[in-house]
Design a protein around this ligand. Structure first.
Ligand code: NAD
Ligand code: LMR
Length: 339
């Protein structure tokens, strides 16, 4: 009789799991911009993620120190730091998931679109390298303006002949995290229990929380819902102003980015019913990219889930966000194709 079955028969579920021989897939995660304000805490959170076996930290500077520091954390993943363009290929090779928080953040008075001139080029060059070194990876774009950087990435991948729309994501999880937190504060329920989809895009009025679909449902009035919607749309600006010139959300973004990457890894590993919101290529509206709930699986997006019933207020929000979102998408596509 094997040790496993002997232990299995009379023991608790936990003890049996301790003897499980089920294979855990090896997963390499690369973080591009890993030495930055988001990159460092995101790297740390990914070091804590049990689905990660290899953590590859890339930046133009500072990654040897960040990697040495994080490598002392006693979790299973191996950590390596890569610095400068010459090492980008090694950083990316074999990656299953690539997280991109590289680029400049806002200062007070700026819109996310004001970051376009610098960040568009950064995202483009990183995606050219992804297409070459790990074309099958799931790519999580955090760099702003997400409404444009995701279409840029798509065009780069198309040009390289490796585009798979199921594998490209704009990370909008921070909008969901904020909507949950703000709603829970108002409704006086635990934030972890709140579910609220946030759709559209990731800038100002293109961020559309669907509070009418929140669970558990609290009886909030129209004015409360309007205030919560506005606060969610302006959440990034709230942090930019509080940081007063020292950047934008980094810690809450690292939390959100780690949640989203974990969902991607679970999908890759075959966990069923992984549903998250993300800005993806989409048929949910007439716009070519749109954030909505998506179901994740072994190849990335399995299904972009429709918006469901909207309140009149949400329908108005949807109608008014489309022209701005369309323009941001087109700006990204035009940039990628002419530069
Ligand atoms: P940061 O300036 O602190 O860090 C950015 C890092 O990117 C730096 O370490 C820098 O060296 C690195 N970098 C620059 N060019 C690079 C390149 N070519 N290759 C690799 N790394 C490069 O900025 P941050 O606060 O970490 O913000 C990063 C980006 O994330 C910004 O564009 C910001 O607007 C965006 N952001 C997005 C969300 C979201 O919800 N999607 C939330 C917060 C911030
Ligand atoms: C956020 O939502 O916090 C980010 O997009 C950063 C920003 O510029 O607001």
């Amino acid at each position: 009789q094997s040790l496993r079955s002997a232990v299995g028969r009379g023991s608790s579920h936990l003890a049996r799991r301790g003897y499980s021989t089920d294979a855990v897939p090896e997963r390499k995660v690369a973080i591009l911009g890993a030495a930055g304000g988001i990159g460092q805490p995101l790297s740390m959170l990914m070091k804590l993620n049990p689905h990660v076996s290899s953590l590859s930290l890339y930046d133009i500077a500072g990654t040897p120190g960040v990697a040495a520091d994080i490598s002392h954390v006693s979790t299973k993943s191996e950590v390596a730091g890569y610095q400068g363009e010459d090492e980008l290929g090694k950083a990316l090779e074999g990656s299953d998931v690539v997280l991109i928080p590289a680029g400049v953040p806002r200062k007070p008075g700026m819109t996310r679109d004001d970051l376009f001139n610098i960040n568009a080029g950064i995202v483009k060059s990183l995606c050219i390298a992804i297409a070459k070194y790990c074309p099958n990876a799931l790519v999580n774009v955090i760099s702003n303006p997400v409404n444009s950087t995701v279409p840029i990435a798509a065009e780069v991948f198309k040009k390289a002949g490796v585009y798979d729309e199921r594998k490209l994501f704009g990370v909008t999880t921070l909008d969901v995290v904020r909507a949950k937190t703000f709603y829970a504060g108002k409704a006086k329920v635990p934030p972890a229990e709140v579910n609220v989809p946030v759709v559209g895009g990731h800038a100002g009025i293109t961020i559309l929380p669907l509070f009418s679909q929140t669970s558990p449902k609290a009886n909030l009035g129209d004015d409360d819902i309007k205030a919560l919607t506005k606060r969610t749309q302006d959440g990034g600006t709230e942090v930019v102003e509080a940081k007063a010139g020292k950047g934008s959300a980094t810690l809450s973004m690292a939390y959100a980015g780690a949640l989203f990457a974990d969902a991607c890894l679970k999908g890759l590993n075959g966990v069923s019913d992984v549903v998250v919101c993300s800005f993806v290529q989409s048929n949910v509206t007439e716009l070519p990219f749109f954030a909505s709930k998506v179901r994740l699986g072994k190849n990335g997006v399995e299904e972009a889930i429709g918006l469901g019933p909207l309140s009149d207020y949400e329908q108005q929000g949807l109608d008014s966000l489309k022209s701005e979102l369309k323009a941001s998408i087109e700006k990204g596509i035009n940039f990628a194709n002419k530069s």
